[in-house]
Design a protein around this ligand. Sequence first.
Ligand code: FAD
Length: 386
Amino acid sequence: MSYTDLNEELNIFRDSVKAFIEAEIAPYYEEWEKNKIIPKEFWLKMGENGFLACDIPEEYGGFGVDIRFNMVVAEEFAHAGYMGLVGNLEVHADICCHYLLDMGTEEQKQKYLPKMVSGEIIGAICMTEPGAGSDLQGLKTKAIENEGQWVLNGSKTFITNGQNASLYIVAARTDLNVPAAKGLSLFLVEGENPGLKRGQNLDKMGQHCADTSEIFFEDVKLTSDDILGKKNDGFIALMTELPRERLVLACGAVAHAEGALKLAVQYVNDREAFGAPLVKLQDVRFKLADMYTLIETHRVLVESYKQKLLDKRLSAVDASMAKYACTEMECKVVDMALQLFGGYGYMQEYPISRFYVDARVQKIYGGTSEIMKEIISRQVCKPENH
Ligand SMILES: Cc1cc2nc3c(=O)[nH]c(=O)nc-3n(C[C@H](O)[C@H](O)[C@H](O)COP(=O)(O)OP(=O)(O)OC[C@H]3O[C@@H](n4cnc5c(N)ncnc54)[C@H](O)[C@@H]3O)c2cc1C
């Protein structure tokens, strides 16, 4: 079982990603996990191979293909169990690059996008703060203007690519007299800005090589040219971009579950109990059947939503359903797979244990399952929608 696409070009591209994984990731991943960082040189290799934000138009250094090519990269990394790479890649390619493409001025696009596609610049998105995660209305980071000059102060936490990034997209309040939803702006802050301080690389339960950090802004000096999008429209911009981000997370979740199933199938064919391979037990085979059914039904959902995204018909509710359903399914399938390994599944030398710890955060970042249900329920509870 593996992903196959009707589109021949996507299949050829998928094969090149698989070859890249064998040559450039598999031999080094353990070391990256141990060091809790992905080397910057690897980002350049991804860029050289055309795997970073391939959907960015050619005039900005990309290949101008559709976003399914980005998803293929994330899917193959997830399927192979390299989930730490998936989050970092998605933040860079599917969030930061797209924010610039969709909201940037021509000058901003020319300045940053080509270097983001080549991997010379790594992007980070800074929304979450110690006191504000799900509820962005609670953001405290603020930027004060004085004749076109801005001074940014505040702190962010859980920032993916926090250590490696050299471009940070920062959500800050720019009008303190109105709720955050009406007075939030996005700023482009370069890593070399003297006011930007990288905090510690946080210790996580999984996805160790994906650097996640606190970031501090101390009198960061900016100009109006560093605003991304319209002043005070940052909240709307964040909401507009979210459906794509959530669908990409859902794609990774389905592929990760499929990778776990593959490991489980191999194991139950090899492992013997009561005089025969585990796979001879009906209960084991039924579990595999359940896992496969879960994966395939969610894959159908994701594939149909990919098309909706391409047609610009993917709604916030669609994307929330996909993110919620697929990440919950992922955690369930990965747990079922680990169970089939017995005690060996709990041992770090068995890759399934990494699948387990890596999957858990998928239900949290990019909007928690509860927030997804909140968004879905707003639509489902209206009688006129039935
Ligand atoms: C590994 C990792 C990487 C991350 N990367 C980034 C990043 O790059 N950039 C970034 O900005 N952020 C990032 N985040 C932050 C992530 O998006 C937040 O952790 C997430 O949105 C939840 O916010 P919180 O942690 O403050 O939890 P809280 O918002 O405090 O939520 C705590 C609990 O309350 C529940 N809850 C909250 N509100 C409601 C509600 N209305 N109804 C029902 N339940 C509710 C939540 O679902 C959760 O179960 C990352 C987080 C992690 C762990």
